[in-house]
Design a protein around this ligand. Structure first.
Ligand code: SAM
Length: 211
């Protein structure tokens, strides 16, 4: 497995999505959202739920921001948003699409407590199933460590039929991993409009487990 080594801390393995691209396959995520936005489609569903979880003018981290659509929608709603994304092509696309957005080419595994505190970490759109193998607990722990006192994490991903370069992550395994990472489930739903939990898609609101 390829990896990069930060100046401090453990090596950061290459994400599943990047390895897929390095193998000569191209994802269509960036183009798909560019097309949807050009066609005037609604791409703000995740951001609307995130916004309801927050006080006005809150501090938000979009972890695995992709082409920046969720971070930009939260910026428009008046929040102080930082976006991180390891794929340089998506970072370029985000900067071109949303010139006012602060986005860094960076991996979740590179986060340290000094990057916080955040009122909310948004980690939606299948980021969790694209993480490098066996880094789920580490990534969940890194997001926990940047939470403010009442901070929360909004996570969402497909529980079935992931893209070929993503993993299948059963809800029970995810919940065991988040507990091991010092987090607890405040809410589980099946959509960003809070329909009941189901087997197809998982949406979770997490917070730090009590010590
Ligand atoms: C399908 S895209 C979704 C992007 C965005 N969250 C959205 O909903 O539009 C999944 C993203 O997860 C990112 N990702 C995967 N592993 C990551 C990691 N360890 N740290 C940060 N981002 C990661 C990928 O680079 C990719 O941009």
């Amino acid at each position: 497995m390829n990896s990069t080594t930060p100046p401090h801390g453990e090596p950061i393995p290459t994400t599943r999505r990047t390895r897929w691209q390095e193998a000569g396959q191209s994802g269509n995520y960036g183009k798909r959202f560019a097309d949807l936005i050009s066609a005037g489609e609604d791409v703000d569903g995740e951001a609307r739920l995130a916004d309801t979880l927050l006080p006005r003018g809150a501090r938000v981290l979009d972890a695995g921001a992709g082409m920046g659509r969720v971070a930009a929608a939260l910026l428009r709603r008046g929040h102080d948003v930082v976006a991180i994304e390891p794929d340089p092509a998506l970072v370029r696309q985000a900067r071109e699409t949303y010139p006012g957005l602060a986005i860094e080419e960076r991996d979740i595994l590179d986060l340290g407590p000094d990057d916080g505190p955040f009122d909310l970490v948004v980690c939606v759109g299948n980021v969790i199933v694209f993480l490098a193998e066996d880094t789920e607990r580490r990534a969940l722990g890194a997001m926990r460590d940047v939470l403010g006192e009442n901070g929360r994490i909004l996570v969402g991903f497909h529980l079935q039929d992931p893209p070929p370069h993503a993993r299948t992550y059963p809800a029970a395994e995810f919940e065991a991993d988040l507990a091991a990472a010092g987090l607890r489930v405040d809410l589980r739903a099946g959509t960003y409009q809070l329909h009941p939990a189901n087997d197809a898609y998982g949406v979770w609101v997490l917070s730090r487990a009590q010590a």
